[in-house]
Design a protein around this ligand. Structure first.
Ligand code: SAH
Ligand code: SF4
Length: 442
């Protein structure tokens, strides 16, 4: 999401004649787009800022801006703590950046951390940064209206808003015309995407019947994007277990170009912990939705996010998570140990009472189970044929391509006569925990 936002910022800068560079030392302005999701994400930024002192020594007039969630969370405090920083801009303030830059030029520090109920940057055509020319992100919603107790996102990114579907389709069409082959529709909770007439904000209960009938749901939007071009592969992320609808699964089934993969974070396998996390579903509900995905789309890959050591988590709760992971067999998972975030519901209401070594030990166990499952699922693909979209040269071998299959697993194969952006049918010959290795046959 930050990557997509940085592309919006680059576009806003281009409008006022400021170009991007890949050479840090050449830059007159450095913006760091930040994440607050876990403490270590913020620590990385602090390190980065220390390192930038060196740049500033070389170039006195260098302007440094901190953008995104950390800017929003710390606000003025960031200017006080990090003397180096000239600009602090929250996720909804990027259109103000040219004004903030002017303030800095006139010798002041500048800050805008206003959150918006409307801003979706719908009309801004993102400037693609470090692009492979094949895959791109499209933001479809901003913010989040859920209140998972561990999560800082609702505080740093504000209320949920949906972006005008026409602007989303136009962006997809523009990408196709430039040769892109895959788009990923992005939102914290894509299933709650809703557009009616002129409004970005959602309050479904207050709509008239006509407005309800004319509204565009995520399933409708996904279909609109799938229809842009049958050769454009469409992905989306993230699906919230409480909100995923059958209609979305039916659209996935109907369109070959919608990749059969759902990122479907459980966070925990224990109903007690899920309740404390305020995820608003139980283990049984999660299993039921998972079974429904596999029933409608037997080939669909499912991936997951897991947090270990959330407040009060017992060994029993942890075992429930391991058990869920063994039963659901996720293709891959993003796994973390719980990091308390100031201001969140959990920080205010619960004690962060699991010692770090236990959080980490449970994380290791969760990772081990996931690796075991991934190895097994990948090994079962040997001999099968997968449709792969070539994304880049393999990092390990310049004679090989790296692409992804529909389930979002990396596939490596010899370059042969294929080129970037080709769809290739690859016969899988070997596998590892994280990738499939094969040979193109189309
Ligand atoms: N909207 C997505 C999540 C976005 S945040 C969803 O609801 O699934 C990405 C992931 O970071 C979360 O799924 C969660 O696993 C992890 N995460 C969020 N807050 C965290 C915290 N305080 N400590 C550890 N991991 C966290
Ligand atoms: Fe955070 Fe929950 Fe919203 Fe995801 S759905 S961004 S975890 S509050």
């Amino acid at each position: 999401m930050n990557f997509a936002d940085s592309e919006v910022v680059a576009s806003i800068m281009a409008e006022v004649g400021i170009e991007t560079t890949n050479d840090e030392m050449e830059a007159d302005i450095i913006f760091i787009n930040t994440c607050s999701i876990r403490d270590n994400a913020e620590q990385k930024i602090r390190h980065r800022l220390k390192h930038l002192r060196h740049n500033k020594k070389h170039k006195k007039e260098l302007t440094i801006g901190v953008l995104g969630c950390m800017a929003e969370r710390l606000k003025k405090q960031l200017l006080e703590e990090e003397k180096l920083v000239d600009i602090v801009a929250g996720p909804d303030a990027y259109k103000e950046l040219p004004i903030l830059l002017r303030e800095v030029e006139s010798g002041h520090k500048a800050i805008n951390v206003m959150l918006s109920l409307e801003e979706t940057y719908a009309e801004i055509q993102p400037t693609r940064l470090n692009s492979n020319g094949v895959t791109a992100f499209i933001s479809i919603t901003r913010g989040c209206d859920n209140m998972c107790s561990f999560c800082v996102v609702p505080f740093t990114r504000g209320r949920e808003r949906s972006r005008n579907p026409e602007s989303i389709v136009a962006e997809a069409k523009d990408l196709v015309s430039k040769g892109y082959k895959e788009v990923t529709l992005l939102g914290q909770n894509v299933d709650s995407y809703l557009w009616y007439g002129g409004g970005a904000r959602k309050d479904f209960d207050k709509l008239t019947i006509e407005e309800k009938e004319n509204s565009i749901s995520f399933a409708n939007l996904l279909e609109m994007v799938a229809k842009v071009d049958p050769l454009l592969r469409v992905r989306f992320s993230t699906s919230h277990p409480k909100d995923i609808h059958d209609e979305v699964l039916y659209v996935m089934k109907k369109y070959d170009n919608v990749a059969k993969h759902i990122h479907f974070p459980a966070q925990s396998g224990s109903t007690r912990i899920l309740e404390k996390m305020n995820r608003t579903y139980t283990r049984e509900w999660y299993n039921m939705k998972y079974a429904r995905i596999k029933e409608v789309l037997p080939q669909c890959g499912v991936s997951c996010d897991i947090i270990t050591g959330f407040c009060s988590e017992t060994e029993e709760d942890h075992k429930d998570t391991l058990d869920l992971m063994r039963k659901c067999e996720f293709e891959f998972s993003y796994m973390y140990f719980y990091s308390e975030r100031p201001g969140t519901l959990a920080a205010r209401k619960f004690e962060d009472d699991i010692p770090e070594e236990i959080k980490k030990r449970r994380l290791t166990e969760v990772i081990e189970v996931q690796h075991e499952v991934s190895r097994r699922l990948n090994a079962a693909q040997v001999g099968k044929i997968h449709r792969v979209l070539i994304e880049m040269q393999s990092k390990k071998n310049t004679d090989e391509w790296m692409g992804r299959n529909e389930q979002n697993i990396k596939v490596i194969f010899p370059k042969d006569h294929y080129t970037m952006g080709d769809y290739v049918d690859v016969r899988i010959e070997r596998s590892t925990t994280t990738s499939l290795i094969g040979v193109g046959i189309s």
